[in-house]
Write a protein that binds this ligand. Structure first.
Ligand code: NAG
Ligand code: NAG
Length: 449
């Protein structure tokens, strides 16, 4: 019975989508992708979106399928996040290939060098370093945009491996005697690995230019998952954008991720205190010394409809020694809770929605939604801040609303993670403000479509 329901409705689901997309294409005369961003902000574009320079999205690739595909890569992402915590306990463990999948879903437009070479870098709040494929890279994607140091008048050369900065890079290679060689590092990414040289050049963001920015020039890669135009690390650790721009931006930034369904892709990354929302509700930003890059917050509970879900506190408790707790991450697609937490939320959600449920991809609570279906709102309680999720951040549904899925999941059994991750889909159209000086995270509703 539920199998039949699943097949028929998913066919309908895909059919309505195709119809929907062809209608939209006709409706717009102007290409929304050409609209220019406000100078003070930095435009953010969903990597799989229509305006994305990567153009992953086409007629045969429905939005829902893309999200389901991306969500299927989250387990590797979670493994990556928890492996970082475990690695800290051992000293100097080399990075193994194949254990990480930092899938990045939003890209930010930057310029490197002078004259500026444009890149659409994946934005990742759980990584510190920035890196980009360089001219002559062996094994980088054939579609890669490469940075050419020779073409830049502000290229500052490579950083020496004896420089203190080199020791701050994750995966830095041992320095050979004499210390005159260049700083090189190896990292894994999405089952791929790469090596890069730490170099310096100016980094242009919106109208600002950061001189002598340290980033990785990727010389070789293996595996097919290296983002074709690099990655910009927005973590809290050394060598991240925050750390390198301390004098300019004072450790403060915010972003608004546009909806996955948006055709306009007008989200923004705002750097520095000016222009940030003033009256924004905040929750303390917690710091785990074992994983200083991650943005931990204190999630204290979840309400579904009017019911405060009964969640054993140990699954929410922030514990630096095990890495447990909750982070806000821009590189994971759907929010993942450790199993007991997810099950409690899901069971309450199902109880209130009623009806029959089927699984699609990572989602185990999909149902036929019609005008009488009552879908409860979900509220996350943080210390000092309650966040009621808008419906688009709770449900993933077909364009005509016939099938909807609860857009959250549990950490898969085979991933040994104690971490709850609040991900992209749950952050759409919210302004998320990170203040690493006052140690707080602010969240406010903002339509940035
Ligand atoms: C459309 O998507 C399919 C599946 O991802 C891909 O194989 C194909 O190359 C894409 N076509 C275009 C024109 O981008
Ligand atoms: C998180 O919130 C709980 C409940 O209010 C509190 O007992 C706990 O001390 C908080 N943890 C941190 C690290 O602030």
């Amino acid at each position: 019975m539920s199998v039949k329901f699943f097949t028929t409705t998913s066919l309908l689901f895909i059919a309505t989508l195709i119809l929907f997309f062809s209608t939209i294409t006709i409706a717009y005369d102007d290409d929304p992708c050409t609209s220019q961003p406000d100078d003070s902000d930095i435009t953010m574009i969903p990597i799989y979106g229509k305006c994305s320079p990567f153009k992953f999205m086409n007629g045969s690739n429905s939005l829902e399928n893309i999200i389901i595909n991306m969500a299927s890569k989250d387990p590797q992402r979670l493994e990556y996040l928890s492996s970082l915590i475990q690695k800290r306990r051992r000293s100097f463990a080399p990075i193994a290939s194949g254990q990480a999948f930092n899938i990045g879903n939003y890209v930010v437009r930057v310029r490197l060098g002078t004259p500026g070479q444009q890149f659409f870098m994946v934005l990742d709040t759980s990584t510190d370093e920035a890196w980009v494929p360089c001219t002559g890279c062996i094994g980088c994607p054939s579609s890669a945009s490469t940075y050419s140091p020779q073409a830049s008048s502000t290229y500052g050369g490579s950083v020496a491996c004896s420089a203190p900065r080199c020791a701050q890079v994750r995966g830095a290679q041992p320095c050979s005697p004499g210390g005159s060689t260049a700083c090189s590092f190896t990292q894994s990414y999405g089952g791929s690995s790469f090596s890069a040289t730490l170099v310096q050049d100016s980094l242009g963001l919106a109208t600002n230019s950061i001189l002598n920015y340290n980033f990785g020039c990727v010389n070789s890669a293996s595996g097919g998952s290296i983002p074709a135009q690099g990655l910009l690390g927005l973590g809290r650790g050394p060598l991240s954008l925050l750390s390198q721009t301390w004098s300019q931006y004072s450790g403060v930034f915010s972003y608004c991720l546009p909806s996955f369904k948006s055709y306009y892709f007008s989200g923004s990354l705002k750097l520095g205190p000016p222009g940030q929302p003033r009256r924004i509700r905040t929750t303390p930003l917690l710091r785990n010394p074992r994983r200083p890059s991650l943005y931990y917050v204190n999630l204290t509970g979840v309400t579904v409809g009017r019911v405060r879900v009964n969640i054993p506190t140990q699954f929410l408790t922030f514990d630096p020694s095990t890495g447990s707790g909750t982070i806000i991450d821009s590189g994971t697609v759907i929010t993942r809770f450790v199993e007991p937490v997810y099950n409690a939320i899901r069971d309450e959600f199902r109880k209130q929605v009623k009806g029959q449920f089927a699984s699609i991809g990572a989602f185990d609570t999909c149902f036929v939604k019609n005008y009488v279906t009552l879908v409860p709102l979900i509220k996350f309680h943080f210390t000092g801040l309650d966040l009621t999720l808008p419906y688009e951040n709770i449900l993933l549904h077909s364009s005509y609303g016939s099938v909807a899925c609860l857009a959250m999941a549990s950490v898969p059994n085979n991933v040994n993670s104690v971490l709850n991750v609040i991900a992209n889909l749950q952050q759409q159209n919210l302004r998320i403000l990170f203040d690493t000086v006052k140690n707080k995270v602010g969240i406010a509703r903002e339509l940035c479509n």
